[in-house]
Design a protein around this ligand. Sequence first.
Ligand code: ZN
Length: 241
Amino acid sequence: MRTLVLSDIHANLTALEAVIMDAANFDRVFCLGDVVGYGPDPNECIKFLRTLPQLQVVMGNHDAALSGIIEVGNFNYDAQQALTVQASILAATSMEWLELLDLEKDVAGIHMAHGSPRNPIWEYLSSNFIALENFSAFTQQVCMVGHTHIPSIFELSKPRKIRLLLPEQGDLWRSDNRFILNPGSVGQPRDGNPKAAYVIFDDGDETWQFRRVAYNVPEVQARMRNLGFPIRHIERLERGV
Ligand code: ZN
């Protein structure tokens, strides 16, 4: 079975459509949160995502903010502005769908959380030390996260030893060790590569392939300008930062 692993779509329908076209053949979809926030198409992304096969989604911090579960005041100024614009265009049906998302999920022997397994909404897995502490917060071999927008793997190579890998386009990963994997961001990559990031997991040979696909960034930026999004969020898409 082939699983399409997505995260941090951030209301960017053009990037999401490019990923679905590029992934071409998959049986189910795992999404690690932040379907909304930052981008111009929150309703369209939710609607499209819900048409995908065997969809499993966990809640991200932006999803939680827009559905009123956490305070917008917890975000930095630019992110708050973007959330305010999104709140003004978010349909009631979208909000209802966001409200019902789970914080964590266990699917097919894999743990799913947006930020980290011990703090799914807020924690960034930004160092080996933080990752090490998180291995005791789930029991499965594999945990998938999003939130940093950087394709990465923290592998527990020995009982207390962490190895960080930063996979690039096309890299194939396989390991019998425990690991925490981040597919990168579909709608707002931050690793210096503006192409949309995703992963294909094949449970036959247990491989995880890191992929990138270019999409029409200027088209998304034009929609953001029309809606009055912060300039910093518009410009960062073309640089992938
Ligand atoms: Zn995010």
